[in-house]
Ligand binder design. Structure first.
Ligand SMILES: Cc1cc2nc3c(=O)[nH]c(=O)nc-3n(C[C@H](O)[C@H](O)[C@H](O)COP(=O)(O)O)c2cc1C
Length: 224
């Protein structure tokens, strides 16, 4: 697993290695001759909040940005993200980098349980963070960052395209069942969604999904 290799959240247990990885990434982009910023994303700790000792290790490498997912590894996703820890991360950054110019400081972004852009802006502002990272909010809603409103028809055709691409690009290595959580995310909040979702849960190929969506939209045409 990722963790058994000492990667992912297990990096928190080995700050020396984590710092070496950050330095290697920075050297790699420098060698490439491009000014690509290197960012880090981390949880607040492994079994408990370790920001007081862990964050200074990361900050010492001066990455362009650190995103703090406001949970421990042990929390998984079972408890709500605790944004007060993002605030704490900002305070640690402010203290440790107080002698740096503002544009040389590491940006601190918060992550965890943001539902939409407004929620992200509010949470970042309340924590004093420089920004926010959204994860699961994008499920079923790839328009999240741009288009304000989208028709059901367009949404369903994007789901069909998403499914076809999944099959084409990942069909050999991933189980089709993985798409089903996306069907749940795309298909909700409109008349007939529950029944349509039920039918999609029975599918095994992108073609079947396309046919079901086609049938659904044809039957609904006068309504949407
Ligand atoms: C399917 C899935 C895959 C994820 N993979 C990664 C990953 O590879 N690296 C990572 O740092 N976080 C990963 N995460 C965690 C998210 O980046 C994010 O920290 C977490 O979902 C909390 O944010 P959210 O509430 O906005 O989703 C993953 C989350 C999900 C749901």
């Amino acid at each position: 697993s990722i963790e058994k290799q000492g990667a992912g959240a297990a990096m928190i247990k080995n700050p020396r290695r984590a710092r070496a990885v950050i330095r290697a990434a920075m050297e790699g982009v420098a060698d490439g001759g491009e000014a690509i910023p290197v960012s880090v994303k981390t949880r607040i700790g492994f079994n408990k909040n370790e920001l007081e000792t862990w964050l200074p290790e990361l900050l010492a490498e001066k990455p362009a940005m650190i995103t703090v997912h406001a949970r421990t590894r042990k929390d998984m996703s079972k408890v709500p993200a605790r944004w007060e820890h993002v605030k704490c991360a900002v305070e640690i950054r402010d203290e440790l980098q107080k002698t740096l110019q503002k544009n040389e400081q590491t940006l601190i972004f918060g992550n965890g349980d943001i539902t939409d852009l407004e929620d992200g802006r509010n949470k970042a502002k309340a924590a004093g963070a420089d920004g926010a990272m959204l994860g699961r909010a994008i499920f079923g809603n790839p328009w999240l960052f741009g288009v304000p409103a989208i028709s059901i028809e367009e949404k369903l055709w994007v789901m069909v395209e998403h499914t076809a691409l999944f099959e084409e690009l990942l069909g050999d290595i991933k189980n089709f069942a993985i798409m089903k959580k996306h069907f749940k995310a795309y298909v909700n909040g409109f008349d007939g969604a529950v029944e349509l979702r039920g039918r999609l849960m029975e599918t095994e190929t992108a073609d079947q999904v396309k046919n079901i969506v086609d049938e659904f939209l044809t039957s609904q045409k006068p309504l949407i």
